[in-house]
Design a protein around this ligand. Structure first.
Ligand code: CA2
Length: 138
C-alpha cells in the first residue's frame, strides 16, 4: 500500500511557530513516528507553499498510489484548482486538518476539498494524519 501525505503552505513551520495552535512537534519528527508505526505502508511526504506544485503532485501520484492524505492548509479555503485536481484523479484523498477549523474564523469553515474528498478528519492535532492512514487500511 502506497500513501502520500501532502502538506500545503506554512506547514513547514510546524513546531517552530504558534505551538499553542499547532503543537510543538515538527512534521518531519512526526512523519518518522508514522513510518515506524505503519511499517507495512510505503509512506511518502511532500510539502509545498506553492499551489501549482500541490496540484502537480496530486496529478503525478493520482493514478498509481492507493491514497493521498492532504492538508491543503490555507488553500483549503480558496483553491478551486486543488479541488478540480482531486476530482480529476483516481486515488482517493482524505482531507485532514490539525485544528478544528469549525471552531475558528468563519473563512476557515469553507472547504473546496471536502466535497471531492473521500472523507475529512479534523481537530485531532497531528493524530489527524494517523487516523487518515488507518482509514485507508480498513
Ligand atoms: O488546522 C490545520 O491543519 C489547517 O489546515 C492549518 C492551516 C490553516 O490555514 C487552516 O485553516 C487549518 C495553517 C497552516 C499554518 O501552519 C503553521 C504552523 C506553524 C506555525 C505557523 C503556521
Amino acid at each position: 500500500m502506497k500513501i502520500l501525505i501532502i502538506n500545503g503552505p506554512n506547514l513547514n513551520l510546524l513546531g517552530k511557530r504558534e505551538p499553542e495552535i499547532y503543537g510543538s512537534d515538527t512534521f518531519e519528527d512526526y512523519f518518522a513516528k508514522l513510518q515506524f508505526k505503519f511499517k507495512d505502508v510505503e509512506l511518502e511526504y511532500f510539502q509545498s507553499n506553492i499551489e501549482g506544485e500541490l496540484i502537480g503532485k496530486i496529478q503525478e501520484v493520482g493514478f498509481s498510489y492507493d491514497g493521498i492524505v492532504l492538508n491543503a492548509a490555507a488553500y483549503t479555503h480558496t483553491s478551486v484548482g486543488i479541488g478540480d485536481a482531486i476530482k480529476a484523479v483516481e486515488t482517493p484523498v482524505i482531507e485532514v486538518h490539525i485544528s478544528n477549523t469549525h471552531q475558528r474564523e468563519e473563512f476557515r469553515h469553507v472547504s473546496y476539498i471536502s466535497p471531492v474528498a473521500k472523507g475529512v478528519i479534523l481537530g485531532f492535532g497531528l493524530q489527524s494524519y494517523d487516523l487518515a492512514i488507518q482509514s485507508f487500511l480498513e
